[in-house]
Design a protein around this ligand. Sequence first.
Ligand SMILES: [Zn+2]
Length: 417
Amino acid sequence: MQPEALFGLALGITPPWEVTSVVFTKEANRIDLTIDFQRGATFPCPVCGASSPVHDTTEKEWRHLNFFQYEAYLHARVPRVKCPNNDCGVKLIQVPWARANSGFTLLFEALVMTLARDLPVNVMARLLTVTDNRLWRVLDAYVAKARDNEDHSAVSRIGMDETSAKKGHNYVTLFYDLDQRKLLFGTPGKDHETVTEFAADLIKHGGDPEQITDVAIDMSKAFIKGAKGKFPHAVLTFDHFHVIQLMTKTLSKIRAEESRLFPEILNKSRYLFLKNPENLTSEEEQRLNAIIAGQNLKSTEAYLHKLNLQNVYFAENRQEAEALLTQWHDQASASRVPLIRKMAATVKAHWSGILGHFDSNLNSGFLEGVNSLIQAAKARARGYRNTKNLITMAYLIAGKLKFDALFDQKVHTVQPT
Ligand SMILES: [Zn+2]
């Protein structure tokens, strides 16, 4: 057996295709395999499937998995066939080892999709010696294909959240299925139109906006307007995560402003105030306690309001929660700090939706958990923080998309036997 035939076996190349040459260039660190079809071969017409003769060919190249440290490339002249049914015209056939218009073999793309679960794209690009942009195109294509197969007909309880690709810029809104605990849809923007787009996408995947019973959202006017308009039968709740998040933002602002006045006290204190007390190291705890005890700071006041608000969520039932929330509101609305009074007013304005958390058994812990997944997605998309890449990465990390099915159909044709 010729070495070419061995490579053909290893790549799973089957007739009429065969490996006709293998060129190994040590200096260039690469191995080039040429695949060709047997003389006189016919191919199924891509339109109707009728066996068709070759009309002409185009040279193409695909990057394949490395053989050890050598980059491997497949080359082939890909036929356009002339179907006996004149209506079909002359069409480029699809080769069994790659997707149409991809410069990678399916096996290489399978590796990309596998690595993408654990590696940032820029690291993967370095490892595979491919540009980031080409990897993003592969990721985008598979995410789109996997999403086409998604069935959202059982979705009834959703959560929505916003995040930004760059700090304070390029917002995206993400919609989750709270029962399946997965990302359903992501779209640029953070206005009520994002809800319209989600509703359309839900319908496209077999879902029904009328069937939505619960929506967990933050207290933004745009989301409330969008959700009320699109999900007429849904109860809106302002979940634990979003309420605390808003309080944390308030605290963060107050601390940042005050640290300009008292840098010697508050410099580098951000994490002391933002971490939950149980997560502080004993050293951090000592420093925080010293700050709290030493000065009559607005930051300290905001911090205590945050702890008290968190405490509301330890209530056993709605009644107890309402009593704690009332107490919190009375204190916060009497604050000397305008931002704390503003937070108190926001809570008051969303009172029943906040307490709704204690009636519904929506698992808002999920939103908190998924938020840290999305932070991880941002890290993976590092250097390419546009909204499109962020959304693609969010689908990869939190979408529970089924990629195996996409590869099962085809990849066997290039897997080593
Ligand atoms: Zn045809």
